[in-house]
Design a protein around this ligand. Structure first.
Ligand code: TYD
Ligand code: MG
Length: 452
């Protein structure tokens, strides 16, 4: 009789250990180890038959960029880097209820409406629930097939039989293979299911979407290896209390990362937002202190975002520092720079920084916006009307250059802004731009001359 070998696996990162551990040495998670069977992957067991292929000259391989399949949703296409690549696997993660199932159902409907067959595999909801959601979002195509199934082998068989133009598996944590004794959603199961689904997608050229659940700390549940196995990782962000949803590419083998697509959740599904700058600036208070506008470039597209800051005297011993939408450490650093170099002493003040609209900005260009908003709130002087700022702030108070300055300036001009404060670099010193006044600054001290 074959002996079953077991080991303990961290459910968070996939680290294995022969005995149970309270704390994972790899990801530092507590109480994450669960006993699971070790899958037999010895050579000669027949498993590698699936990987069989021969070396071939690079120039003999056919690959056209035009082979990309458009999802029919421009925002989605951009995030994917120009459409779906044949045989690619896309992992879509996000909080429960944010709209993953809705978005992918809409994507499939768009593809189906053009006459291709598509398959939606779900282990989360019943066919009736999908039908009801489909009615809401206008997904009525006869080419859209729904399969309610959690058995991995059955799913693989159906994909091969139907040979759809695209497949969605909602969610990867519900797929179950009886080969392993562990429960659906465990590291072993998730790894096994995604491995075999991705393999099938590569062999047949069918693009595959995997929906992944997200743990409390915001990473996709299951082993980290899942993120390494797929070609593209998309995260659905946004506060479910707001109508706006942002889909961001964290990893993309076929396009730029950090590209974002903006959607609005309506009662008939997700609608694309063509002009996000307008949306994020819509309720901006004009002439109020503590607000600055930054042309931020996430991926390839500029979006104007409003940074708000509130500086108020601390009533307890410990000043509070709260940042929403920007990195908290970044804010602490900028507060220190302002204090030491800018002469703005914030040591005894509570500080709150927020990016409006539930947006999250990761690039350093936002530094100058945070500094401007903080200074404006502290001094109680509004930033001069019609001004945008961008630039990275260094520890000595120097303002550092930022990529894609031209794109940002153009977006600001398009949205009717009149002045732009930006880093003093070789290009920005050269020429004036259209009707936008350019104020290059090299140091924090110069910033204040132009800001108010
Ligand atoms: P869903 O796609 O089920 O989220 P996920 O798969 O990420 O868990 O989205 C569910 C939420 O979206 C739910 O709160 C209802 C809302 N919603 C709308 O506001 N409008 C719609 O047309 C649909 C289909 C859902
Ligand atoms: Mg869902």
């Amino acid at each position: 009789m074959k002996k079953i070998r077991c080991a303990f696996f961290c459910q968070n990162c996939g680290h294995s250990s022969p005995k149970w551990l309270g704390k994972c040495p790899s990801c530092n998670g507590w109480n994450t180890f669960v006993e699971e069977e070790i899958r037999d992957t010895q050579p000669g067991t027949g498993r590698d038959a699936a990987y069989d292929s021969t070396p071939q000259p690079l120039d003999a391989i056919e690959a056209e960029d035009s082979e990309r399949l458009s999802t029919g949703i421009a925002e989605m296409d951009r995030v994917l880097g120009g459409g779906l690549v044949a045989g690619s696997a896309v992992l879509v993660g996000g909080d429960p209820g944010i709209g993953k199932s809705t978005l992918l159902l809409q994507v499939l409907e768009k593809i189906a409406a053009r006459g291709s067959r598509v398959l939606y595999v779900t282990g989360e909801e019943s066919a009736r629930q999908i039908r009801l959601r489909g009615k809401r979002v206008g997904a009525v195509s006869a080419n859209l097939l729904v399969l309610v199934e959690i058995g991995l082998d059955n799913i693989l068989r159906h994909i091969q039989e139907v040979h759809p133009a695209a497949v969605v598996v909602d969610s990867i944590q519900t797929v179950y293979s009886p080969v392993l004794s562990s429960a659906p959603g465990s590291v072993g199961q998730v790894r096994e299911a995604s491995e075999r689904l991705i393999l099938l997608s590569k062999k047949t050229g069918i693009p595959l979407f995997l929906i992944g659940h997200v743990t409390k700390d915001g990473s996709i549940a299951g082993p980290r290896v899942l993120e390494h196995m797929v070609d593209t990782v998309l995260y659905f962000e946004g506060d479910s209390n707001y109508a706006y949803r942002i889909i961001r590419s964290i990893k993309n083998r076929f396009g730029p990362t950090n590209e974002i697509g903006v959607f609005e959740m309506r009662d008939n599904g997700l609608a694309e937002v063509d002009n996000p700058s307008e949306v994020f600036l819509a309720e901006r208070p004009v002439g109020a202190a503590g607000s600055a506008v930054v042309p931020s470039v996430e991926g390839t597209r500029p979006i104007l975002v409003e940074i708000q800051a509130l500086v108020s005297p601390t009533s307890f011993g410990m000043p509070r520092r709260t940042a929403i939408g920007v990195d908290q450490n970044r804010v602490s650093l900028l507060v220190a720079v302002l204090d030491k170099i800018g002469g703005i002493h914030l040591g005894n003040s509570d500080i709150f920084v927020n990016v409006t609209g539930g947006l999250r900005v990761v690039e350093p260009a936002v530094d100058l916006g945070i500094v401007s908003a903080l200074a404006s709130s502290f001094l109680d002087r509004p930033v001069e009307a019609g001004t945008v700022v961008f630039g990275e702030v260094g520890l000595t108070g120097e303002i550092r250059g930022i990529a894609q300055a031209d794109v940002r300036i153009r977006e600001a001009a398009r949205m009717g802004f009149k002045r732009c404060i930006l880093p003093k670099t070789r290009e920005t010193r050269k020429r004036p731009r259209g009707d936008l006044e350019i104020h290059p600054v090299g140091h924090l001290r110069e910033l204040f001359e132009h800001l108010f």
